[in-house]
Design a protein around this ligand. Structure first.
Ligand code: GLN
Length: 453
């Protein structure tokens, strides 16, 4: 197929089917057809880049030149980005075609895609259930075959948890592997972009195009980029896989547990050595994250003041009124909650008690992983505590929602790469196996995932 035929196929499917899922916020049909024509010209000249001509979708957190970039918020509903994020540029350079921008939790805060200004995304496996979040639009689009693959971001599980709930393969790279330039900031010390795809092989190709060194992001690391596809076929015999005992405790759905244990047995039967390990500070990851992430978000979101861009309230009486009403009217409930928590945690009298303490705990969590990786090559366990849940089931209780992230956020706090791949069904809904790797060990994770698949 030509890229133009392929692109038309996906555009037609999106128009016909996305009413059921709400996975896209913006469809960029004209841009897609132009990019497809450009890709066809490149292909005719013998371009062999693996993604040349392949249509993909971008999470609406990535700035896209001349295209609305809403971040799922009323605040940016009218924001047309004046430049492309580095990630978007990298895919353009690889010849990929942008189909559109996918739905997401507002400013990437959430685990169910229920906080989007554009309405919830439905899980294609069961439209009464959430797709996970915050990259739920990207996940639902790929799961419903409305895009072959999509970009996503993961601050505390937002690639891996939707991958698990939608039966996909998603990878959050090492912090610093992928440029954050042009990616709207939520919690800058945790945010990292990565791919959502059907298989580890697709995720490897997506990551290859996405990863780069970018001097425009001061936290991006100039570390050699592996060939992520080259080793996919290697045997995993002899690899040591650590199984953290803390990831199989209370709160884990028994069906999820059985599917994950069966997956670990399969990896063992392929020659991997299984070793029980301990990550003793695991129980502190959720509390530490929900101090650090709100603190950083309260600082990052202060730029949305109704002055320079984004939403502005009608008829402000003075500057304070302009700030107050613009922010009060345009930010949703969860975003406001985070800003309040973060502002409180950073305030003079409480900084030491909350923010500094959370950073100290973060250090202990990181050290747990450093110690574990002295004895094992990869860590395996569940991605999320249960399969997709019904709309409204956790939306009213922030703590219940935050516990969705119990197995994913420690890797963000440590800056480690993590991925999720499908490992079975419970009640006809997908379950994810999580693989956590050592710093910059994405190729090994993808190899293990590919061998499992
Ligand atoms: N669920 C987490 C939160 O709400 C993770 C979000 C994310 O990774 N973007 O903060």
């Amino acid at each position: 197929y030509s890229s133009t035929e392929l692109t038309r196929h996906f555009l037609e499917r999106i128009k016909r089917l996305d009413g059921q899922y709400n996975s896209y916020i913006t469809l960029t049909e004209d841009i897609a057809l132009q990019q497809a024509a450009d890709a066809d010209a490149r292909l005719a000249q013998g371009d062999s880049s693996p993604l040349c001509g392949v249509p993909i979708a971008h999470k609406d957190i990535f700035c896209t030149d001349g295209v609305r970039t809403s971040c799922g918020s009323k605040m940016l509903d009218n924001f047309i980005a004046p430049y492309n994020a580095t990630v978007v540029e990298n895919y353009l350079a690889a010849g990929a075609v942008m189909l559109g921008k996918t739905n997401m939790d507002e400013f990437a805060m959430g685990s169910s895609n229920e906080t989007s200004f554009y309405g919830p995304v439905k899980n294609p496996w069961d439209t009464g259930c959430v797709p996970g979040g915050s990259s739920g639009g990207s996940a639902a689009a790929v799961a419903a075959r409305l895009a072959p693959a999509a970009t996503a971001t993961d601050t505390g599980g937002s690639i891996r948890q939707p991958a698990a709930l939608c039966g996909l393969t998603g990878l959050k790279p090492t912090y610093g592997r992928v440029s954050r330039w042009g990616m709207i900031a939520f919690a800058s010390s945790l945010d990292q972009a990565g791919p959502l795809a059907r298989t580890a092989e697709d995720a490897a190709m997506m990551l290859q195009a996405m990863a780069s060194f970018d001097a425009k992001d001061s936290t991006n690391v100039d570390h050699p980029i592996d060939d992520y596809c080259a080793g996919l076929g290697n045997s995993i015999a002899g690899l040591t896989l650590g199984v953290p005992k803390e990831y199989f405790g209370e709160g884990l759905n028994p069906g999820t547990q059985a599917a994950v244990e069966a997956a670990i047995k399969t990896l063992e039967s392929q020659g991997a050595k299984i070793k029980e390990i301990t990550l003793p500070h695991s129980h502190l990851a959720v509390p530490a994250y929900y101090v650090i992430a709100p603190a950083e978000c309260s600082a990052n979101l202060s730029r949305f003041d109704g002055v320079r861009y984004g939403y502005r309230c009608d008829n402000p009486t003075d500057l304070a009124d302009l700030y107050k009403r613009s922010r009060g009217e345009a930010f949703g409930e969860e975003v406001q909650r985070r800003i309040l928590v973060g502002t409180y945690a950073l305030s003079a009298g409480y900084y030491d008690a909350y923010y500094r303490k959370a950073q100290q705990v973060r250090r202990l969590i990181k050290q747990d992983f450093v110690d574990a990786f002295k004895d094992v090559d990869l860590i395996v366990g569940p991605t999320s505590p249960s399969p997709a849940f019904a709309f409204g089931a956790k939306g009213k209780d922030p703590i219940a929602m935050y516990l969705e992230d119990i197995y994913t956020i420690a890797t963000n706090l440590a800056g480690l790469p993590g991925m999720s791949l499908p490992c079975g069904l419970v009640d006809n809904k997908p379950v994810g196996l999580q693989i956590i790797g050592n710093y910059f060990d994405e190729a090994r994770m993808l190899n293990a995932a590919h061998q499992f698949q």
